[in-house]
Design a protein around this ligand. Structure first.
Ligand code: S3P
Length: 230
């Protein structure tokens, strides 16, 4: 019995050794092919996105309420398209040497809006790039008309609950320094909706990954350029 057992074990070992190595070889080959396919596919997608960026003859401007992710999504979108990125709030802050909240406090909202209107008008005349605007910029009728004429405007839209949760993380927004920031966001959402609806493209984003929002924008830009008369 012992002998038989031993010999069976020997036979098994001998039989399974080539089988295992064949399986391993096949698995390695399949994994190699899958990896090569994935790399080729992502190179193709990257080329398509660069092609898309080449067809853009004007800036892409993100508009929408505070907390919707205009800056984060804008930066990622710019990287994806291989274009420069600028954030209008940061540009105002650089020019003023003060934070947006400090400009509001020292000079008031009226002066902030004046500066914002002039700055956005300058940015849109510059190179083709991705521009994230402050939430109120596009609400100004002159800025809205200018952006719709000279840029591709994208309204990033998310439920107020999501915006309230995100904006609560940092106390940097002067308009939300109220006893009921979520109520303020609800009011602004209703007041501004008709303005935001004038954007060329409407992207609904929830609590999902910014990566998915970027992909939705890339697809929407493709569709927009395909429809636009050349
Ligand atoms: C504002 C939005 C802010 C900033 C300012 C006013 C607004 O920018 O411009 O606090 O009126 O909605 P974000 O939308 O980037 O937060």
């Amino acid at each position: 019995m012992v002998r038989v057992g031993c010999s069976l074990a020997t036979v098994d070992r001998n039989a399974s050794a080539p089988a295992t190595s064949t399986t391993t070889m096949i698995r390695t080959a399949i994994l190699g092919m899958a990896r090569a396919f994935a790399e080729a596919a992502s190179r193709c997608i990257a080329l398509l996105v660069i092609e898309l960026a080449k067809r853009l003859d004007r800036p892409v401007v993100l508009v929408g309420l505070m907390g919707v992710g205009k800056s984060t999504v804008g930066r990622r979108l710019a990287r994806r398209l291989g274009l420069p990125f600028v954030d209008s709030d940061s540009a105002i802050e650089d020019a003023a040497g003060l934070s947006a909240a400090e400009v509001f406090e020292r000079y008031g909202e009226h002066d902030f809006r004046d500066g914002e209107r002039r700055l956005v008008a300058r940015l849109v005349e510059g190179e083709v790039r991705v521009i994230a605007t402050g939430g109120g910029a596009y609400v100004d009728p002159l800025t809205r008309a200018l952006l719709n004429e000279r840029a591709i405007t994208i309204w990033l839209d998310a439920p107020v609950d999501v915006l309230a949760e995100r904006t609560a993380r940092r106390d940097t927004r002067p308009l939300l320094r109220t006893p009921d920031p979520k109520g303020t966001l609800e009011r602004l959402s209703q007041e501004r909706r008709p303005a935001y609806e004038a954007a060329h493209i409407h992207i609904k984003s929830g609590n999902g990954a910014h990566r998915d929002v970027v992909e939705a924008i890339v697809q929407a830009l493709e569709d927009h350029l395909a429809k636009r008369p050349s």
